[in-house]
Design a protein around this ligand. Structure first.
Ligand code: HEM
Length: 326
């Protein structure tokens, strides 16, 4: 297990190196909209539940939108930059970045939520906060944990295609690269392992797991051959398979159970369980056995992720339309 040896050393030498304190903002608070828009959270929750009832995959797509928003900007984090549309000749957003193009979904659900909020309390609730609350309600709608969402983020007036390309982890990454991508955002290895449990719901395109099922050696053979029948070596790039084949629309600890039997869909997923020893593998085994522990760690890591570089105070703006700067 060569890739976990330096990791083990790092753990022993200084856990702090691996888990820099997250950039928590003292100004974010769960009560932020209590007087300015008291129905904000119920409006968001109702829209998310309705959308998920129509298409359970929407829950996964909303959760991923918040992740890509928080990881996408070098200076700023969860600022709704991911929602901005390109404007030909004048503005380049993040939607065409490699991790987002032909892949991110859920924008229409955010539009519906924003339109309702603009009727209830115009220019009050940010698109960045909508994403944070919608992610929480989406997870809960599929049976996952609930947590208290910190609020008060404002929306960016810029976006960064280049940092979206550089900062979002790739499905072809190895373990140490994944750890660095999360550490760069102030998230620990435990946060990374817990957040990766998001892949208990949702779908991935053939193009992101083809090399896994044709070239990786740490893959369950019947799992790989079943997937090869759906994802041919050429073509079918956009054909989908569930990230957790057993319970794709239930937020449970199935993702970790899959890893124990080499059924991680992405190369990056299986990197969390390369063999039976090592601190990362032990955490995967723990979550596979104990879903309460997974839920608790996932909820706390989601709060940390939501605290990445928010715009607060007079910075940024409250967009009237999440796709456009005012
Ligand atoms: C550890 C590094 C990660 C990598 C390399 C990664 C990569 C990917 C890839 C390649 C897909 C499939 C995209 C497609 O085929 O269009 C995907 C889907 C997804 N990811 Fe991740 N991801 C990671 C972490 C996360 C985290 C931290 C979250 C949430 C907090 C997340 C949530 C999701 C969800 C819910 C889906 C399914 C989306 C849908 O069905 O619309 N991922 N991820």
């Amino acid at each position: 297990m060569p890739s976990q040896i330096p990791l083990l050393l790092l753990f022993m030498i200084s856990p702090l190196l691996l888990a820099a304190p997250p950039p928590v903002s003292a100004q974010l608070s769960p009560e932020f909209y209590e007087t300015s828009c008291p129905d904000a959270l119920s409006i968001i929750g109702a829209s998310v539940r309705a959308a998920v009832a129509g298409d359970p995959r929407v829950a996964a797509s909303l959760l991923r939108l918040h992740f890509h928003d928080c990881f996408s900007d070098r200076e700023q984090g969860c600022d709704a930059s991911v929602l901005l549309d390109d404007v030909a000749g004048s503005f380049t957003g993040e939607k065409t970045a490699f991790p987002n193009r032909d892949s991110l979904r859920g924008f229409e659900v955010v539009d519906v939520i924003k339109a309702s909020l603009e009727v209830a309390c115009p220019l009050v609730v940010s698109c960045a906060d909508i994403l944070a609350v919608a992610a929480r309600d989406a997870v809960a709608a599929l049976g996952g944990p609930l947590w208290t969402v910190q609020l008060g983020r404002r929306d960016s007036t810029s976006a960064s295609l280049s940092s979206t390309n550089s900062d979002l982890p790739s499905p072809f990454s190895d373990l140490n690269t994944l750890i660095s991508a999360f550490a760069k955002k102030g998230l620990s290895i435990i946060d990374m392992i817990a957040l990766s449990g998001s892949h208990t719901i949702g779908q991935a395109r053939c193009t992101v797991f083809r090399t896994r099922i044709y070239s990786d050696n740490n893959v369950n053979s019947s799992f790989a051959s079943l997937l090869r029948s759906k994802c041919s070596i050429f073509g079918k790039d956009n054909d989908l398979s569930p990230l957790d084949m057993s319970t794709p629309t239930v937020f449970d600890n199935g993702y970790y159970k899959n890893l124990l039997s080499k059924r991680g869909l992405l190369h990056s997923d299986q990197q969390l369980y390369l063999n039976e020893s090592g601190l990362v593998s032990s955490r995967v085994s723990l979550y596979a056995k104990n879903s309460t522990k997974f839920f608790r760690d996932f909820a706390s890591a989601m709060v940390k992720m939501g605290n990445i570089g928010p715009l607060i105070g007079e910075n940024g703006e409250i967009r009237t339309n999440c796709r456009k700067i005012n």
